[in-house]
Design a binder for this molecule. Sequence first.
Ligand code: NAP
Ligand code: ZN
Length: 349
Amino acid sequence: MSTTAHAIAAPGPGAPLEQTTIQRRDLRPDDVLIDIAYAGICHSDIHQARGEWGEAIFPMVPGHEIAGTVAAVGSAVTEYQVGDRVGVGCMVDSCGECDYCLADTEQFCVKGNVQTYNGVGFDGENTYGGYSRQVVVKDAFVCRIPEGIGLDVAAPLLCAGITTYSPLRQWGAGPGKKVAVVGLGGLGHVAVKLAAAMGAEVTVLSQSLKKQEDGKRLGAAEYHATADEATFDVLRGRFDLILNTVSAQIPVDAYLGLLRVGGAMVNVGAPGEPLSYNAFSLIAGNKALAGSMIGGIAETQEMLDFCAEHGIGADIETISAADVNDAYERVAASDVRYRFVIDTATIGA
Ligand code: NAP
Ligand code: ZN
């Protein structure tokens, strides 16, 4: 006997999302049943629901920024109890045995991590994500949301938070470092808060100056418009680290020109189309161009604890189930301030 859960699904690539019901599996010994309170809308949801990353599994229930409370636990679960505040991000399982899993980087599991949605579990069943009233997840892929962060503003941290925290840490954002964040959307606005809290001097590079006041409030020391070509002269050779969160193609060479010698540009933005660069943009200055994919479960917990310590949550617009398609349009048009979060109590209500 499984649990029937209300959910929001995309029936096919690019089709409007609609309300439906899905089955959540009966609890295995190591499973946690979560009553979802809020689910963030990540641009990755839109890429996948619209088929922009290639083949995908439909119907699709997106959502990998999940926050809620534990409703039941399996017989072998010791870490969590009913009522605990918890979150789930982009993965719900991995082999647990390969080098990467053993190094707490389950996202690189050699058998493939099981994505929270648009994935297939090791049991052969399709996975369905957080735009739903409930979810069942293996305990090792559940994180604890510290007291002091609201579940609504915590939800986006489960993807936008970890995806920006991990490269900022890996590439040394901190005191004395100049960090540029490209794109002030869901990931970008959390990146600004995190990098500032880590002690770095943060600059936002946005298409226009429309969100300049917000950028400064979030912790940026400087804010520049990339539509203004002068920006690329003024800031030449300035940054130790550039974190690119843009969901579309950008002229990579122009941004590499903004790095100091030895600096690094890290892409977390994941457009469906390729990004290209000129080899000399890296060679002339020993620069690095890198990527970064979410983060492991232990690092996700570390990030949540860091956010609690520094009073960081996402800036959100809470929406109801009926508003999801409009929210998708607004995210695609860079018109989000700065993360839409679905109040899941409105699904099936
Ligand atoms: P988002 O909220 O839509 O933010 C993206 C921002 O990029 C926009 O707000 C906009 O900022 C800028 N932008 C959009 N179109 C642009 C264009 N044509 N040219 C220049 N700038 C543009 O998206 P998100 O949820 O933060 O996700 C960002 C990207 O990261 C997506 O591609 C997503 O799939 C990817 N992602 C990757 C990982 C990973 O593990 N690497 C994890 C999560 C998400 P301005 O208005 O400030 O210019
Ligand atoms: Zn995401």
